[in-house]
Design a protein around this ligand. Structure first.
Ligand code: AMP
Length: 249
């Protein structure tokens, strides 16, 4: 069984985001970038499937600039066998990414495709669902448990008040939720080994895919600054302030 994992380069989740002065986007200059956390979970799941002998090949793919090779090397250091960069210097949006991934899937013919449920930069939560629609294959989104039974995948997801398990015919698309697994850290020897694993670069234009985005970002705004809190000396003072100043009681 071949597993394909889609991984995105995003701003490290520990970084405080700065909005560009012209409000056209987020300032990416000199900012630490990382593998999207939900993609790390997707990588971990693929690696565990290989370790359990369920998968025999794992491939990571990323759509982006040359810089995304760094995140593909991270995926390789975490145990993925080989990587593919779909190189593009233009911002494609979720549909463009899904179309490019569709072209890679048609070339690679994986049995299982694992994506993160969302990328923490745009928070779109769209690429997995769009890819499933384009490929006309079943999708199991927000997976918190995944089991493979022959040519089917059993996908459990959390729903209001419980869990729901669905049985999908393979090839299928899975998107990962936080509780699916706990990603490992890459050891130094594995980081070194990853440098010698294959990483192919495909030019997006050569895939014959229309990646023009129909989305236009109108403005990006930072959240409003929170006002500093105050300390009160007694419950009576708190009640007084809630009545007279906040006017909430
Ligand atoms: P999104 O729909 O943008 O929130 O992203 C959901 C998931 O789609 C991510 O966790 C990735 O697995 C995949 N994805 C999004 N953008 C890219 C990209 N540029 N390259 C590879 N995978 C991507």
């Amino acid at each position: 069984m071949k597993v394909l994992v889609a991984v995105k380069r995003v701003i490290d989740y520990n970084i405080k985001i700065r909005v560009k002065p012209d409000h056209t986007g987020v300032d990416l200059s000199n900012v630490k970038m990382a593998l999207n956390p939900f993609c790390e979970i997707a990588v971990e799941e693929a690696v565990q499937l290989k370790e359990r002998g369920v998968a025999d090949e794992t491939v990571a793919v990323s759509v982006g600039t040359d810089a995304s090779q760094e995140q593909l090397r991270t995926a390789l250091a975490l145990g993925i066998d080989r990587a593919v960069l779909v190189k593009t210097d233009t911002e494609t949006g979720p549909l463009g990414v899904a179309r490019l991934l569709q072209a890679v899937v048609e070339k690679e013919q994986p049995d299982l495709i694992i994506l993160g449920k969302q990328a923490i930069d745009g928070d779109s939560n769209q690429v997995g669902q769009m890819l499933a629609a384009l490929l006309e294959r079943p999708q199991g989104t927000f997976a918190s448990k995944l089991e493979i039974e022959g040519d089917h995948a059993l996908v459990t997801r959390e729903i209001d008040g419980g869990l729901r398990t669905e049985r999908l015919a393979l090839p299928a698309i899975i998107t990962t939720d936080l509780r699916l697994n706990e990603p490992r850290f890459a050891s130094l020897p594995n980081v070194m080994k990853a440098k010698r694993k294959p990483l192919d670069v495909l030019q997006a234009e050569e895939l014959g895919v229309d990646t023009a985005s129909s989305l236009e970002v109108v403005a990006v705004e930072p959240p409003p600054e929170r006002e500093a809190g105050i300390l009160v000396d007694s419950v009576a003072e708190l009640v007084e302030k809630l009545k007279q100043e906040a006017k909430v009681i």
